[in-house]
Design a protein around this ligand. Structure first.
Ligand code: PA5
Length: 433
């Protein structure tokens, strides 16, 4: 039994039964094309069966490597960009302590990211920190040729070798890349780095459940077995339920396409927890890069409330009416904080005393949804019971599967990204490559 629930009450006033009936055959065909590997980009459908193909021995190998890193490193640098970075960060930031870097009592390897930016100040500040910390790194690139992580790796490899000597540095580097192609693979073989493989048939933004995501997530001390269990349960459910009422991926793909056809061209992912900011970043890339092509696709954006109710909330309530929202609701917090009683009640907050902060946050969410629907912003509501490895596994697979369906319904190949090459061509020309 999966725990994720999707509610369409906030969309029904904006669409008609005909809209659903028009889309249903397309959703059904998209489902079949995904599970039978017959749709566009079929050579990149490995993620569909991935959770079932992962066995315990594979996960144990990752956990052993993660433990080795944790033993010798205070800091673990994850070098990668796009799909080779966002999945790991999404899961780690969703589940780690909100002030992890300030916890003095931790027996924890701190995760830092590189290769996702060309900022000179960023990398310089990172080197300054790494001068004083014991560290290991993973360089993650499926193609093995992406410029941003390649530059970061060259700089950090030199720093690591300078700090520990070539031999010791080699034991502190893990490469995660293609099984045979690319400059990184050649380098890894020549230098003798421990290597994990990104499967050929899994594209970058669908690779969080491969070593690309699993190794950093395990180094962060999170339970990758539970993550895979959640993904497996969701896969089983989605493949066994070919029905709009019981298949949440069908429902989500159908609703967002119906809304797009009504002129709602922007989808905003809304969360009410700062720890989910990077989960939204992962989702933005998954859907934006998969669907935004051939002049089609929803523009994916995100807000983190209630913080952003005091900034973008104004636009969402009263700006251009081409948007809809998808709220990711988390039912339970894992920690409790009491609001203290104040007998003078000068701030007038005593009326909240019998409520938890989570309840208050939920009421803010409910009130906002009502206001936005009234303001002509449809609302898809996705809820999970709590933030843990299992529910994130469910959620990841749900979003991936729904993205495949949604892309096929839209009539695009959700597994390529030809547009990304344009900036690269210009940049290389400008740099005289
Ligand atoms: O989803 C994708 O395929 C991209 O976002 C890639 O992950 C990103 O461009 C990085 O590519 P690579 O892993 O080859 O360095």
């Amino acid at each position: 039994m999966i725990k994720l629930n999707i509610d369409d009450k906030g969309v029904l006033p904006f669409i008609e039964e005909k809209d659903i009936n028009d889309l249903l055959p397309l959703v059904e065909k998209a489902h079949d094309d995904l599970v039978n590997y017959t749709g566009m980009g079929k050579e990149f459908l490995g993620w569909v069966d991935l959770p079932n193909e992962i066995d315990n021995a594979f996960l144990e190998d990752i956990i052993v490597q993660a433990n080795k890193i944790k033993e010798k490193a205070e800091v673990y640098v994850v070098i990668g960009i796009g799909g080779s970075y966002l999945g790991a960060r999404a899961v780690i930031e969703s589940l780690q302590h909100n002030f992890n870097n300030l916890k003095s009592d931790r027996n924890y390897t701190f995760i830092i990211y590189a290769g996702q930016t060309l900022s000179e100040d960023y990398i310089s500040d990172l080197l300054e920190i790494l001068d004083k910390k014991d560290y290991c790194l993973s360089v993650i690139s499926k193609s093995g040729t992406t410029t941003e992580p390649a530059i970061a790796f060259r700089i950090l490899k030199a720093h690591l070798e300078n700090k520990y000597g070539k031999e010791e540095a080699r034991d502190r580097i893990i490469a995660i890349t293609d099984k045979e192609r690319g400059a990184l693979k050649t380098l890894a073989i020549e230098e003798g780095y421990k290597t994990f493989i990104v499967p050929d048939n899994v594209g970058g933004r669908y690779s969080v459940l491969t070593p690309v995501g699993l190794l950093p997530i395990a180094v962060a001390g999170l339970d990758i077995k539970k993550l895979i269990e959640g993904a497996k349960a969701m896969r089983k459910h989605l493949l066994e339920n070919k029905d709009i009422q019981t298949n949440p991926a069908w429902k989500y793909a159908m609703l967002r396409n119906a809304l797009l056809r009504k002129g709602k061209t922007v989808e905003i992912m809304v969360n009410y927890l700062p720890s989910l900011v990077y989960f939204s970043e992962w989702w933005k890339q998954l859907y934006g890069e998969s669907e935004g092509k051939d002049g089609k696709g929803l523009f994916t954006a995100s807000v983190s409330n209630t913080t952003d109710l005091h900034s973008m909330g104004q636009y969402i309530q009263e700006g251009m009416r081409n948007i809809f929202e998808t709220v990711l609701h988390v039912e339970n917090s894992s920690k409790k904080v009491e609001i203290p009683f104040d007998k003078e009640d000068k701030d007038g907050l005593n009326y909240l005393l019998n409520k938890s902060l989570t309840e208050i946050n939920h009421k803010a969410e409910e009130g906002t949804i009502m206001a936005h629907i009234e303001g002509n912003v449809p609302n898809i509501h996705i809820s999970i019971e709590r933030l843990d490895e299992y529910s994130l596994g469910e959620l990841i697979y749900f979003y991936e599967f729904a993205c495949g369906i949604s892309g096929y319904v839209l009539g695009v190949n959700p597994f390529d990204q030809p547009g990304v090459e344009f900036y690269k061509r210009n940049m290389f020309k400008l740099l005289g490559k």
